[in-house]
Design a protein around this ligand. Sequence first.
Ligand code: ATP
Length: 326
Amino acid sequence: MTWTPLHAKIHRTIHYRHLFERDQRLLVAVSGGQDSLCLIKLLLDLQPKWGWNLAIAHCDHCWREDSQANAHHVQNLAQHWHIPFYLETAHEPVNSEATARNWRYHALTKIAQTHHYQYIITGHTASDRAETLLYNLIRGTGADGLQALTWQRPLTDHIILVRPLLEITRSQTEQFCQDFNLPIWEDSTNQNLQYPRNRIRQELIPYLKVNFHPQVETNLAQTAELLQAEVEYLEQTARHWRLEASVKGEKQDLQLNRQILKPLPLALQRRVMRQVLQNILPESPNFEHIEKLVALITAPNRSQTDPFPGGVTAIVEGDWICIIDR
Ligand SMILES: Nc1ncnc2c1ncn2[C@@H]1O[C@H](COP(=O)(O)OP(=O)(O)OP(=O)(O)O)[C@@H](O)[C@H]1O
């Protein structure tokens, strides 16, 4: 086996970031594109050192005419490498990017649960990270959206999504596939400029590279990396203060102590309130929901919010904000 600088880099990344340990069962999500082919090849080559048990999962969204042929292509590769192959096929064609993604994570989780894999590994790269950062920036977001793809993300209590290629760019995965003669399956929908993601990839990033900075992808991915550590720190600190400030009132309603929350910086007040709402509301809280609750920290006694989704309301009673979940 040829040991390239990319092999060394991934080996180090997995080791120093504790992405997964030795002898684990790893389910690798392979679309057949250059990134996931590069990923599976690297993991196969590192397998003897780490003693992993590798398998390939593929999801057939049934949204392209060639999707079945794509699935066969990936299945043949798994056979060639003598590793298990698991396929999930959508019952109805999945026709938008967001639905495809949701269905895919659901399908991958199902495979992992059925076959006892704790880790699902995807081939997201630094280029994906840069594109996600730009995409979220354009739509408006805080540091959480700009951290754009984390190294690890829990999908259930027992299953973790891991993305080991976040420091490798798409041109590196392409070169790697060429060097090792890996048969890439070209996804025709990647060329479709109707999707904003594809326009960022095909038009915006090349423009920024030529006119602003040739390493723009790496630079943006580094920004995401810095923000990820900061978000993690802020979330932990907010969790600490949320627990400090909370007590369960009568009827199990939640009460928050305003004296504890008042001295905190606004960034933490917002995060505390977001965590509170995340635990209570049936949907993700938006900016406006969070601001309404933050305002109660300094509002006069008996101030009250309009109902949040699901009929939840909050009212000030002296030192306390009482969250009433009807
Ligand atoms: N059809 C598929 N079957 C299995 N895995 C897939 C499939 N499509 C994508 N993946 C996995 O997801 C990774 C990212 O793919 P891609 O960038 O096309 O998806 P995305 O929709 O941008 O994903 P995300 O929303 O998670 O960023 C791939 O490297 C691969 O590991």
